[in-house]
Design a protein around this ligand. Structure first.
Ligand SMILES: [Zn+2]
Length: 246
């Protein structure tokens, strides 16, 4: 199945420069409203506060509001929340506004439940973004839990975005299926800094007894963790952390 992206951004769409940051993160959102209200909100001159790079409807239509070369205003967050974030990729960027290095996808809906058409369209779109970024800037978004996250992992004020029924497990699993299977079984290729953040993330989870097996931390220290393993363990940690709060 092939999709077309309809560019609907116009002079009123909020966006700014990335200031030299390369998009290396995809943030998923839920619009909490209808498709028509999403379209009108992101194109009206009355909206001076927010935008999104892409939108995906329940019917599987894909629209683009902001060029990937520019940043959309999608993840509004205070400087203090950025520095106290527990999400590895946000920590790694040391206080930089996540809008500057992310691409955002809004999904029509309320609780994260996607239609099958919408799921297939967003699956395709995640890979399109990866390919576009790779072609344009030469960096690879791995499409794992490390670099595909929910708005709630960026902003503590958006705990319900993209919603409790958002199909994370299926999305991660199908994003990886479409990748070269060898990559999945090879250690991730990351900067020392990224490895340190992952080490800290897993170490903290171990210290807090959220995970009980030290091998996870050791594998990160030895830089031997594969993307499939990291996807798996980060999902476990996030689910257990979420469970604690409820
Ligand atoms: Zn959101």
């Amino acid at each position: 199945m092939s999709y077309t992206i309809k560019f609907v951004g116009n002079e009123h769409t909020n966006s700014s420069k990335r200031d030299g940051n390369v998009p290396c993160l995809i943030v998923d959102h839920i619009s909490a409203g209808s498709w028509s209200s999403l379209l009108s909100w992101f194109t009206t001159p009355n909206n001076t506060v927010s935008s999104s790079t892409f939108g995906v409807s329940k019917k599987g239509e894909i629209v683009q509001f902001v060029d990937m070369e520019r940043m959309a205003w999608a993840n509004g967050i205070d400087a203090l929340d950025i520095t106290s974030s527990k999400t590895p990729i946000v920590q790694e960027h040391k206080g930089i506004n996540p809008n500057k290095y992310s691409v955002s996808i809004e999904h029509e809906g309320t609780d994260g439940n996607l239609t099958e058409e919408q799921f297939q369209a967003t699956l395709w779109l995640h890979k399109y973004i990866r390919d576009y970024v790779k072609e344009k800037w030469g960096i690879t978004i791995q499409l794992t839990q490390y670099d595909v996250i929910g708005h709630y992992q960026v902003s503590p004020y958006k705990p319900m975005c993209p919603g409790k029924y958002f199909p994370w497990e299926r999305l991660y699993s199908e994003l990886q299926e479409k990748n070269d299977e060898d990559d999945e079984n090879m250690a991730m290729s990351l900067s020392n800094d990224a490895w340190e953040r992952i080490d800290m993330f897993l170490g903290n989870a171990y210290n807090e007894k959220i995970i009980l097996d030290w091998d996870w931390v050791q594998k990160a220290r030895d830089k031997k963790l594969t993307s499939a393993e990291f996807t798996y363990i980060q999902m476990i940690i996030n689910e257990r952390r979420k469970g604690e709060k409820i």
